[in-house]
Design a binder for this molecule. Structure first.
Ligand code: NAD
Length: 245
């Protein structure tokens, strides 16, 4: 492992454009559970509460679960060492962009600045009638569903639901970065969610070296990964940081 870490550090230092593609796994050590796997959220909740069609018809019911998942126990999550090392890499100009599938805002809270949120962000709510945006922190979640104060419409979290398209700007920025990448870190993602998983695949097609950080093997591992640093994101990135700064 130590040799692979050293080799990865060398590749990152030599690279003119490095990106990190992150999934739910990077936030597990912040206490945010992933969707899939043994302790995944989908063992406890029905994914239909995040289906756009179902939400349109049953907003009040969906909000009971949405509040519990995203605003009760996600709310206190703090960035962990893995988020911090990525932010530090950006400051040292060793990382050009973070492309995240996560909606927990933890990369920004850790200090990363160039972050493309492929699936949006849970810290904002949106009125789909008038377009007004609310900070989740300013909403009284004791009464649900939360309503727009201008027109009484049920607010929707500003992350994408099943059946919704990817925000255009994040999509364009992510693929542009993937095409420019010489090194692409994939951290804590199963690779099962499309089109997000096409981002590191595009980087690979354009010649990037793919470094995967995950305690498990994933769809990426055999197909596109060049170096698999097997372990938890915070442990591996802490070790990597020792060779970078
Ligand atoms: P996933 O839930 O499908 O898979 C998580 C991956 O993380 C697995 O491969 C697992 O082995 C790995 N993992 C677990 N613990 C880890 C650790 N400590 N360090 C590194 N890796 C670890 O996640 P996904 O592929 O990102 O896709 C799920 C979708 O769910 C995403 O689209 C995302 O939007 C959403 N999601 C987001 C959050 C969040 O914002 N934090 C949480 C749950 C789900």
């Amino acid at each position: 492992m130590e040799l692979l870490i050293k080799e990865t550090a060398k590749l990152i230092k030599q690279s003119k454009f490095t990106i990190a593609f992150t999934g739910a796994g990077i936030s597990v050590e912040s206490g945010v559970p992933p969707f899939r796997g043994e302790h995944g959220l989908w063992n406890k909740y029905d994914p239909k509460v995040l289906d756009l069609g179902y939400f349109n018809e049953n907003g009040a019911e969906c909000w009971q679960y949405i509040r519990e998942i995203f605003y009760d126990f996600f709310a206190d999550a703090k960035p962990n060492k893995a988020h911090e090392v990525l932010a530090e890499m950006e400051k040292h100009t060793l990382l050009n962009a973070v492309i995240t599938q996560n909606i927990d805002n933890l990369h920004f809270e850790a200090g990363s600045r160039t972050v493309y949120e492929f699936h949006g962000n849970s810290k904002k709510l949106k009125c789909r009638k008038c377009g007004r945006i609310y900070e989740a922190a300013e909403i009284d979640m004791s009464t649900i569903p939360p309503l727009c104060i201008d027109d009484g419409e049920i607010l929707k979290p500003d992350f994408i639901f099943f059946g919704e398209g990817i925000p255009q700007e994040a999509y364009d920025n992510s693929f542009e970065a993937a095409e420019a990448a010489e090194v692409c870190l994939i951290i804590g993602s199963t690779g099962e969610v499309t089109p997000a998983s096409f981002v590191p695949r595009t980087a690979k097609q354009q010649g990037a070296t793919i470094i995967e950080i995950n305690p498990e093997e994933t769809l990426f591992t055999r197909q596109i990964t060049d170096i698999h640093l097997k372990g938890k994101a915070s442990d591996v990135l802490e070790k990597l940081a020792a060779h970078l700064f």
